[in-house]
Write a protein that binds this ligand. Structure first.
Ligand code: NAP
Length: 518
């Protein structure tokens, strides 16, 4: 049995509290144990401040990008080993494990590439300069400066590699040291990733620490230049917002939380066309990839009322082809839920949804006698306005089928009942329909994804988060924003309006002339 340790103050450190077991969700056997504690949070923060910050400050953006590239290379070299651990501890199929691990590597590489194009100067320029005085003598310019703080990253269990690295890539390129806390159920995967990063020998001292299990009173020790980037449930997000240190210092807190992402089929999309086939394929992919444990997974499927029976039959037929079983088996398309508590919560959630609808396929019963397996579950709602379908995030292979009139305004109104989401996908070849849907649904989301016959062949699935586009969403989705190219660095930086003599402000802080290396 492996014992998960924290990496703090430059060394692996055993925990001190009672052990918690981590399991193989396929066999229910324990595979590792984790003990929280064994460190002093003040010392951990001081290590990051006194060693990590100056070490990163000595590097340019480009050099920090090279660091990200080196970390990506180290992870790539251990990719097979990491996939095996993900199958063992996360219950992921190999494909799902790659989605997490390759996503982490790809995001590091994308930020390395972005950093290579940033200026050699230690700050970023924000927009053009402005004349403020009667003449151009008095000038203004916005710049982004690295905040001299520490980034505490609290990650969800479902993406132990990508979740940690997508946050880290932005913080490190911005020049801010990180403390990473993984979700406990899959902390074995996260700790293997942490080992690879540490053993790469590339991380400057103090720039990376890893706390397994409880954070103790780390949050209470944070100061006004520190920040927390959190991914997880709305309930935990709400607790963090109310933390005394967050309130006391107006501490920067980014929350990436639940989302009842909706896919909408427009009325003119006929069965058999490319857009319709993509709609079926993406809904099935989202329901089953990572066993539905994906923040961007489709939870609600809106279909014109007159098409409900046809779409239901097509989705049920597609879902029946998904082979559920041992994730190590190459034929398996969907593995178990990641933990017993996930399994119990998803079953209870399915039962709650089923009270307001009809189970079209799947259900709350275990799909195998051993392990935390469920079948893909589609629930046909009796009425699209039933609050439960817009309130209950069943974080597993489950979605609901909801009728609507076909009008984009009505679809947007129903989708907005979810209170704010990460992404909504809409399938239509009618530009006017798409414009009307965007006007209604757009402000409720961080991302709106359209499919049409014209783009179907090239489109990436709506559940895929890209480093170049923002990830996050308003309201229930947490109100946060991550990634989005250079935008992802800004959370770790302070936008400062600099005012003064143009000769100083423009030449020292303005946009570099085209072709210059500064
Ligand atoms: P969770 O229970 O809220 O836990 C998330 C993280 O918060 C874990 O590291 C957890 O640690 C930690 N945590 C829990 N209570 C805490 C507290 N009082 N103080 C500090 N940290 C605390 O969520 P989860 O079950 O891991 O993840 C599933 C949820 O995440 C779903 O709702 C999903 O929608 C959401 N999610 C959102 C995104 C996004 O980008 N928007 C991405 C992935 C997942 P322990 O595990 O040690 O308790």
């Amino acid at each position: 049995m492996q014992t998960i340790q924290s990496y703090v103050l430059g060394r692996w450190t055993p925990g001190a509290s009672a052990p918690v077991s981590l399991h193989n969700p396929t066999t229910e056997e324990p595979v590792a144990e984790l003990r929280s504690g064994g460190f002093d949070p003040r010392a951990v923060l001081e290590h990051a401040r006194s060693e990590g910050l100056p070490a990163l400050a000595r590097l340019s953006f480009r050099e920090r990008g090279e660091l990200c590239k080196a970390l990506a290379g180290a992870l790539h070299a251990k990719r097979e080993e990491l996939i095996d651990v993900s199958v063992l501890n996360g219950g992921t199929t190999r494909g799902d494990a790659k989605f997490d691990i390759d996503g982490a590597i790809g995001t590091l590489v994308a930020y390395a590439d972005l950093a290579s194009k940033l200026p050699e100067r230690p700050f970023l320029v924000d927009g053009p300069g402005l004349q403020l005085g009667r003449t151009a003598r008095f000038w203004g310019q916005h710049v982004w400066l690295t905040r001299p703080g520490v980034a505490l990253h609290i990650n969800a269990f479902n993406f132990p590699a990508w979740g940690m690295l997508e946050k880290m890539a932005c913080a490190l390129v911005a020049g801010v040291p990180v403390i990473e806390k993984p979700g406990t159920p899959t902390a074995l995967v996260a700790s293997h990733v942490a080992q690879v990063l540490v053993e790469s020998g590339k991380l400057p001292a103090g720039s990376y620490q890893f706390i397994a299990g409880s954070l103790g009173d780390t949050i209470e020790q944070l100061g006004p230049q520190d920040c927390i980037a959190f991914t997880g449930s709305s309930a935990t997000g709400a607790k963090l917002r109310a933390s005394p240190a967050v309130v006391r210092h107006n501490l920067r807190l980014n929350v990436e939380a639940d989302s009842l992402n909706a896919a909408v089929l427009a009325p003119e999309v006929e069965a058999g066309c490319e857009t319709y086939n993509l709609f079926l394929a993406n809904v099935v992919l989202d329901m089953t990839q990572k066993t539905g444990q994906k923040c961007t997974a489709t939870r609600r499927v809106l279909v014109p009322a007159g098409r409900l029976a046809e779409v239901r039959a097509d989705l049920v037929a597609e879902l029946a082809r998904i082979q559920v079983g041992d994730p190590a088996d190459k034929a398996t398309r969907m593995g178990p839920l990641a933990s017993k508590s996930q399994f119990d919560e998803v079953r209870a959630g399915i039962e709650r949804l089923a009270r307001s609808g009809e189970i079209a396929c799947g259900g709350a019963q275990a799909a195998r006698p051993k392990g935390w397996f469920l079948a893909p579950t589609l629930i046909a709602a009796r009425d699209a306005a039933q609050p439960v379908f817009h309130a209950e995030e069943v974080f597993g292979p489950c979605a609901s089928l909801l009728p609507y009139s076909g009008a984009p305004e009505e679809a947007a109104r129903i989708v907005a009942l979810g209170g704010g989401g990460l992404v909504t996908s809409a399938y239509s070849n009618d530009n006017a329909w798409c414009e009307r849907y965007l006007a209604g649904a757009g402000p409720w989301h961080g991302r709106v994804w359209f499919a049409s016959d014209k783009s179907a062949e090239q489109s990436l699935a709506p559940g895929m988060v890209l480093p170049s586009l923002v990830h996050g969403g308003p309201g229930r989705a947490g109100g946060g924003e991550e990634l989005g190219g250079e935008r992802g660095l800004h959370f770790y930086m302070q936008r400062v309006a600099v005012q003064g003599f143009k000769g100083l402000v423009e030449s020292s802080f303005g946009q570099a002339p085209a072709g210059s290396a500064v």
